[in-house]
Write a protein of this length. Sequence first.
Length: 158
Amino acid sequence: MPADLRYPVSSLCEVQTLSVITPDHTLFVCTQCATVRSNDQPQGKSGGQELLDELTRLAAAAQLPEQVSIEPVRCMFACEKSCMAAFSAAGKYTYLFAHLQPATAAPALIECLRHYALNPEGLLPYGVRPEPLKTAVLARIPPQLAALPQPEPLAPAV
Ligand code: FES
């Protein structure tokens, strides 16, 4: 692991804990963010592709469980706020992260993904988010109501 990684990813190897996770969790990464263009042609690797490459490398080392995947997307329509990534899972809040720097955001996203996967509602309060993600939340979108757990019926009064 490079010395500049500030957030250990070893906790993602806690498969015995993560085995309780039931829904699929996806980390979407925009690979088109921070693309340098000349004469309308992309020059070199985009910042988004750098972020995806670093996430893929860290995820392999962290041995992510089957329920967690990293998926490239081509644009999330927030191009002025690149680099962009998002957490999503059925029945959980969706988090949209902006202004991500690949080198610092990648290990932070991997670490934060663990918290997201373990929280039943997918909540990521300020205190549990690694430093690069504390102010990077652009949006928190509620889960669809049909996916939320249904409350237990009230017991009749005696
Ligand atoms: S290019 Fe990444 S959000 Fe549009």
